[in-house]
Design a protein around this ligand. Structure first.
Ligand code: COA
Length: 258
């Protein structure tokens, strides 16, 4: 894959978008490459958590590649939006936790991809925004839908209609990122967070992600029903027997993920 690099460290899959010369802006080919990289790690039983980051120190993803975007007609632009939405949906509903390690600009489609990740850790130099209005466009990879769900309608409207760029600290204040760390510590912090998840039952982690993501699309009543059924599934697993026995026997659990 020309546009991404993948490595695996101690059960953590790291996908790095590798288009540093254009600040990791995403053209069509790179969207396909990112999805292929995620798909490969999904099928890899050694990998329990995935970290997504950008090459270099300046950008996570500076948005969709404007040179590819500019010539599109209305019909093709809808296809382009659907292509990006397909990727952000794929990430959001991924069965393993996805941590965005945001190492610089996360603008436009870059912010939207960060929004679709499950946890966001930002370097202190990271910058966030949905600057599409400056180009006469609107967010098209889920920004108008996921940003208000994450930070509330007021902050989302302010960001999307003004196109303003905010700092990592401001992003933290409105709940757009989970935490801000120094640039040098970014990958270490993301890996540490990944390892804290890897210690838990993989099957319980997956069931939790499903309950959260699918449940948020439902009414609270339906969501609670779904939660109860996922809770029931957990009780059919070996991990539940191991986890509860280990607690009662005062030892550390050895989870198998089944
Ligand atoms: N699409 C295509 N190319 C992009 C890009 C994008 N979204 N963002 C950056 N680049 C390219 C620049 O054209 C430049 O290429 P060049 O060296 O061939 O001229 C290179 O990346 C470096 O960017 P540059 O603008 O010189 O860096 P900067 O530090 O001055 O500014 C940004 C950084 C992120 C503020 C600026 O690049 C920018 O505003 N990018 C567009 C962000 C955007 O609107 N994203 C939403 C798209 S829908």
């Amino acid at each position: 894959m020309a546009n991404v690099k993948t490595e695996i460290i101690d059960g953590v899959g790291i996908i790095t978008i590798d288009r540093e010369d254009v600040l990791n802006a995403l053209n069509r080919a790179s969207i396909f490459d990112i999805k292929d990289a995620f798909r490969a790690l999904k099928n890899n039983t050694e990998v329990g958590v995935v970290i997504l980051t950008g090459a270099g120190t300046k950008a996570f993803i500076a948005g969709a590649d404007i040179s590819e975007l500019a010539p599109l007609d209305s019909l093709d632009s809808i296809k382009f939006a659907r292509l990006g939405q397909n990727l952000t949906n794929f990430i959001e509903f991924y069965s393993k936790p996805v941590i965005a390690a945001i190492n610089g600009y996360a603008l436009g489609g870059g912010c939207e991809i960060a929004l679709s990740c499950h946890i966001r850790i930002a370097a202190e130099n990271a910058k966030f925004g949905q600057p599409e209005v400056k180009l006469g466009l609107i967010p098209g990879w889920g920004g108008t839908q996921r940003l208000p769900r994450l930070v509330g309608k007021g902050h989302a409207i302010e960001l999307i209609t003004s196109g303003k760029i905010i700092s990592a600290q401001e992003a933290k204040e409105i709940g757009l990122v989970n935490r801000v760390v120094s640039s040098e510590d970014l990958m270490e912090s993301a890996i540490e967070m990944a390892k804290s998840i890897l210690k838990q039952s993989p099957v319980a982690v997956r069931l939790s992600l499903e309950a959260i993501h699918h449940g948020m699309e439902m009414t609270i009543e339906k969501g609670l029903e779904y939660e109860a059924s996922q809770f029931g599934v957990a009780f059919s697993t070996e991990d539940k027997n191991e986890g509860t026995s280990a607690f009662l026997e005062k030892r550390s659990p050895k989870f198998k993920g089944v």
